[in-house]
Write a protein that binds this ligand. Structure first.
Ligand SMILES: Cc1cc2nc3c(=O)[nH]c(=O)nc-3n(C[C@H](O)[C@H](O)[C@H](O)COP(=O)(O)OP(=O)(O)OC[C@H]3O[C@@H](n4cnc5c(N)ncnc54)[C@H](O)[C@@H]3O)c2cc1C
Length: 355
């Protein structure tokens, strides 16, 4: 069974589908709740609908790393996107970190900003990380190769459910409606007719914040559902790692909470085919790799939680932020390719500015 480590938010947001809405946001993860925040600041009236509960999706199942950049190293990103675009992406994610934390100041969400480490798993990765240190420093970013790993001192970590819950708490009364699954979208001259089973809502604009689930509702949007798995152990008294660690080109990651629990995730590369799914059940095969990884880190404690979540991958590796082709009045804010905590707040700002 999939049992995420992070407890669901205590608040409940019941309510029917509204008959009318200026803006209807679909999806109650970090993207949807960030959208509500930005739209409210622009005095745009919006309602968010979520088919389960706030942070039910990947936002409530992730590792909680707040990292700069994308999964690849800076050196690879420079090769893929060019120097200027790679720099822009790193700047955007740094800004995302600062502004997102500022937006939920005063709420408690397990935030620590100790930095993060990228640990090479091969000579090839080591060479790329050493090159990345130089490129990052030349471009004005703080990064330090300490002889074994690349440390980014600006990075941080959170309890992702508590973070999303902090955004949800700032919504206007009635601004969030849980247990409301959207089943159809029909754009028309004045807006979009949104259906949830038998009921309908006339929305001026719809924003899809449905990330890895987007193709279930709008198949034309090219976002690949991609499963990621994790486990958590009972608290370990000895220090396993001083920083959240990312390794093997982003396929391996682990962190230790201030309360001692060790969280290990990834190893999707050992079974890429089976992980292209929206099925949130962890598999024995990947869980065995995660358990072995925990043992290799020196953790033999009992595993308390095993879970999986659905990420949304785009072809470019960067989020989609803007109108959906061929669907007037429908926008998208999704496709975070495994890095939504690092991107979604600023991507939501970009989309809110287009409404
Ligand atoms: C195991 C794992 C580890 C990860 N680790 C990290 C990390 O450390 N750092 C990081 O930055 N990112 C990480 N990610 C990625 C990150 O979790 C996602 O990029 C981010 O949470 C996406 O947020 P979202 O709001 O776009 O989507 P989601 O959180 O998935 O929210 C989408 C919501 O839409 C709802 N929905 C879908 N269809 C409908 C419908 N028809 N009607 C109503 N509601 C609907 C779903 O129920 C869901 O709650 C990880 C992901 C996983 C799975």
């Amino acid at each position: 069974m999939s049992t995420p480590f992070w407890a669901p938010p205590p608040e409940k947001y019941p309510g029917p589908l509204p008959e009318k809405a200026d803006v209807l946001v679909i999806g109650g993860g970090i993207a949807g709740t960030s959208l509500l925040w930005h739209l409210a600041r622009r005095r745009i009236d919006a309602v968010l609908v979520e088919r389960h509960h706030i942070a039910w999706g990947a936002s409530g199942r992730n590792a909680g790393f707040l990292l700069a950049g994308v999964a690849s190293s800076y050196a690879e990103a420079v090769r893929t996107y060019g120097r200027q675009k790679a720099r822009d992406v790193w700047e955007l994610t740094n800004e995302n970190h600062d502004r997102m934390i500022e937006a939920v100041r005063g709420h408690s969400f397990g935030y620590r900003r100790l930095g993060s480490a990228i640990l090479p798993d091969s000579d090839e990765e080591r060479t790329l990380l050493i090159e990345s240190e130089q490129l990052l420093q030349d471009d004005g970013f703080s990064a330090l190769w300490d002889g074994t790993r690349l440390v980014n001192p600006r990075d941080g970590e959170v309890d992702p459910v508590a973070l999303v819950a902090a955004f949800a708490r700032q919504a206007k009364p009635g601004g969030i409606r849980e247990s409301m699954e959207v089943t159809g979208l029909v754009p028309n001259l004045h807006g979009v007719t949104v259906t949830a089973g038998e009921v309908a809502c006339e929305a001026g604009v719809v924003i899809l914040a449905t990330n890895g689930y987007t193709s279930q509702l709008v198949p034309r949007v090219k976002i690949e559902p991609t499963r990621a798995q994790m486990l958590a152990t009972v608290p370990e008294t000895k220090a396993i790692t001083d920083l959240p660690v990312y390794s093997h080109f982003g396929y391996h990651y682990w962190r230790q909470l201030s309360t001692g629990e060790v969280l290990v995730g990834g190893w999707r590369d050992t079974s890429l085919d089976t992980e292209q799914t929206t099925d949130e059940e962890p598999t024995a095969q990947i869980q065995e790799h995660l358990e072995q990884a925990a043992r290799d880190l020196g953790v033999n404690n009992e595993v308390t939680h095993r879970w999986a979540g659905t990420m949304g991958f785009t072809e470019s590796g960067l989020p989609l932020a803007g109108p959906v082709d061929g669907m007037p009045n429908v926008y998208i804010c999704a496709g975070f390719t495994g890095h939504g905590m690092g991107f979604a707040f600023m991507t939501a700002k970009q989309v809110a500015e287009q409404i």
